[in-house]
Design a protein around this ligand. Structure first.
Ligand SMILES: NC(=O)c1ccc[n+]([C@@H]2O[C@H](COP(=O)([O-])OP(=O)(O)OC[C@H]3O[C@@H](n4cnc5c(N)ncnc54)[C@H](O)[C@@H]3O)[C@@H](O)[C@H]2O)c1
Ligand SMILES: O=C(O)C1=N[C@H](C(=O)O)CCC1
Length: 251
């Protein structure tokens, strides 16, 4: 049985992870950490460094500013970490990279299998269509989401640039009255409203034809399930920074 500490346990995703873990014989939540220490079915602390329970892994769905201290505490405790939180700054990402020299860290802006398959399809399409098609990404999420654009939209954009030798320049939420679109632009647009779980559309627009590759999350459970699979994977790895690609490759 894998013993888990949930960082961000009182949030929407923290609660989904706790529910899925409680339904499985493979996982046990031994403690939670949140700045909101409302009681749950397991002990809740305000800081990972104060957690007394023995654990095998930390799963983090919290807020970008909370991630560096969480990673430093995991490093002290020599605990592997699964990071799902998005909106991380360069500085925060560097803390993760440094820590991954000493502990195994899994990080993905989208824990669903479907989005990771979408990324493979988008990379292939981008290679084939790069000359004649403009690429734009539209993402839609619920009105409680703090970061925009989504971590997933940025991950998709980066994967396109990876196969196109960094030739795309990101343009966020385009608004102009004087300038037309340049061919090297990659537009990224964020919509926020209601309870939308997560929608990503990658649009390849050519002359008189449009190809759209899209993913629609129908529940938060797909992210929670993916995070638990990532926890199972990361506890057996050497120190390093791992992604969904490593998990999918392993099968
Ligand atoms: N990678 C994925 O598949 C995926 C899926 C869904 C959400 N997310 C990301 O996960 C994060 C959380 O999403 P959510 O919808 O659960 O948000 P949420 O706001 O519902 O929950 C975040 C929780 O973190 C807690 N928190 C905030 N600051 C903290 C701090 N300094 N220390 C400890 N706890 C703190 C909050 O109190 C809250 O309970 C977001 O960044 C979101 O984009 C990622
Ligand atoms: O609900 C959120 O917040 C989500 N965030 C991730 C992102 O920013 O890409 C994944 C989808 C849900």
């Amino acid at each position: 049985m894998i013993r888990i500490i949930i960082h961000g346990c009182n949030g929407k995703m923290g609660k989904v992870v706790a529910k899925l873990a409680a339904e499985s014989p493979d996982f046990k939540i031994v403690a939670g950490v949140d700045k909101n220490i409302s009681p749950l079915d397991f002990p809740v602390y305000s800081d990972l460094k104060d957690v007394k329970e023995e654990a095998d892994v930390v799963i983090d769905f919290s807020y970008h500013e909370a991630v560096p201290d969480m990673v430093k505490a995991a490093l002290q405790k020599k605990l592997p970490v699964v990071i799902a939180t998005t909106g991380l700054s360069e500085e925060e990402l560097n803390v993760i990279k440094d820590a991954s020299k000493e502990i195994p860290i899994f990080k993905s802006a989208n824990m669903s299998l479907g989005v990771n398959i979408l990324i493979n399809l988008v990379k292939e399409a981008a290679k084939i269509l790069q000359q004649d098609f403009d690429i734009e990404i539209i993402e839609k999420h619920h009105n409680m989401k703090k970061d925009a654009p989504s971590g997933t939209a940025l991950m998709i954009a980066d994967s396109i640039n990876q196969v196109l030798n960094d030739k795309k320049e990101y343009v966020y939420g385009r608004h102009t009255k004087t300038e037309q679109r340049k061919p090297n632009e990659l537009g990224i647009h964020a919509v926020r409203g209601g309870t939308i779980v997560g929608e990503h559309q990658v649009i390849f627009a050519g002359h008189d034809e449009v190809i759209t590759i899209s993913h629609s999350a129908q529940s938060r459970e797909i992210f929670g399930y993916g995070a638990l699979q990532a926890a199972k994977f990361i506890i057996n790895q050497k120190p390093g920074l791992y992604t969904m690609e490593d998990l999918v490759k392993k099968g």
